[in-house]
Write a protein that binds this ligand. Structure first.
Ligand code: KIV
Ligand code: NA
Length: 276
């Protein structure tokens, strides 16, 4: 099976729902792909989930690239989307294209994602013109956390919903191959999904989007520092991990581990000579 491409994602609209996952390393990419994930996002949420920061602002291009490479190595069939970190695209169109290009050239990603509506249309146009597929992202845009005053549901008023629809349309016209809708009322996401010919990928945006995205650690119950309403934990691997690690600690302390099956024997002659 050839690797999924950005045009494949666009073409999937109306034919099937797209399951996307944010994942950050080789092993999680392999697990996700074995489960049939079609789009792997190396999200800047790795700042919080993997690196332990309070928000996504401090992750760098080099840190993102490090993880994008690992995910690209761990996957064969999924489209790998690299999330543009804070200040890697906002300052100028030129640096935006240069940074986005690094994700394809050095990271082996197949597309990039950036946050924002009309404000980033020049960047989207320039990236698209350079041959870099772009995934849009509107609604709750975590890189704006300081300006938004926290991680809050967006587009709750009619005026804000109209503005969001205009932003999404502008991104699609500028060339985005799909658009993430984060943390907005379900009816607003449904209207945006109907209005666009490119797919919408929802997170906290209700059931009517063309696809959904969640974070690996959230789906598996591995991250409990922040648990928004839109997260569904499909397993409690965090609890299972602590139980298994506790067994390990106890086995070491009681000398039950390692057993003979984990140890390397020595030929009797060699052992006798060694002891002599
Ligand atoms: O960084 C991330 O994981 C994201 C998705 C949740 C959309 O941007
Ligand atoms: Na992100």
């Amino acid at each position: 099976m050839p690797r999924m491409t950005a045009p494949d994602v666009t073409a999937a609209k109306g034919t099937r729902k797209i399951a996307m996952l944010a994942a950050y390393d080789f092993t999680s990419a392999r697990l996700a792909e074995a489960a049939g994930i079609e789009v792997l996002l190396v999200g800047d949420s790795l700042a919080m989930v993997v690196l332990g920061h309070d928000d996504t602002l401090s992750v760098t291009m080099d840190e993102m690239l490090h993880h994008v490479r690992a995910v690209a190595r761990g996957s064969q069939n999924a489209l790998v989307v690299a999330d543009m970190p804070f200040l890697s695209y906002q300052v100028s169109v030129e640096t935006a294209v240069a940074n986005a290009g690094r994700f394809l050239k050095e990271g082996r990603a197949g597309a990039v994602k950036l946050e924002g509506g009309q404000a980033v249309v020049p960047q989207v146009r320039a990236m698209t013109a350079a041959g870099i597929p772009v995934l849009g992202h509107v609604g709750l845009t975590p890189q704006h956390v300081a300006a938004l005053g926290g991680f809050k549901v967006q587009s709750k008023t009619a005026d804000a919903a109209v503005a969001l629809l205009a932003d999404a349309k502008a991104l699609a016209e500028a060339g985005c191959f799909a658009i993430v809708l984060e943390c907005i009322p379900a009816p607003v996401a449904a209207a945006v999904t109907r209005a666009l010919t490119v797919p919408t990928i929802g997170i906290g945006a209700g059931p009517d989007c063309d696809g959904q995205v969640l974070v690996f650690h959230d789906v598996l119950g591995l991250y409990d520092r922040l648990r928004p309403r839109f997260v569904k934990q499909f397993a409690a691997l965090g609890e299972q991990a602590v139980a298994a690690l506790t067994d390990y600690v106890e086995a070491v302390r009681s000398s039950d581990f390692p057993g003979p099956e984990h140890s390397f024997p020595m030929a009797p002659q060699a052992q006798a000579a060694f002891a002599a």
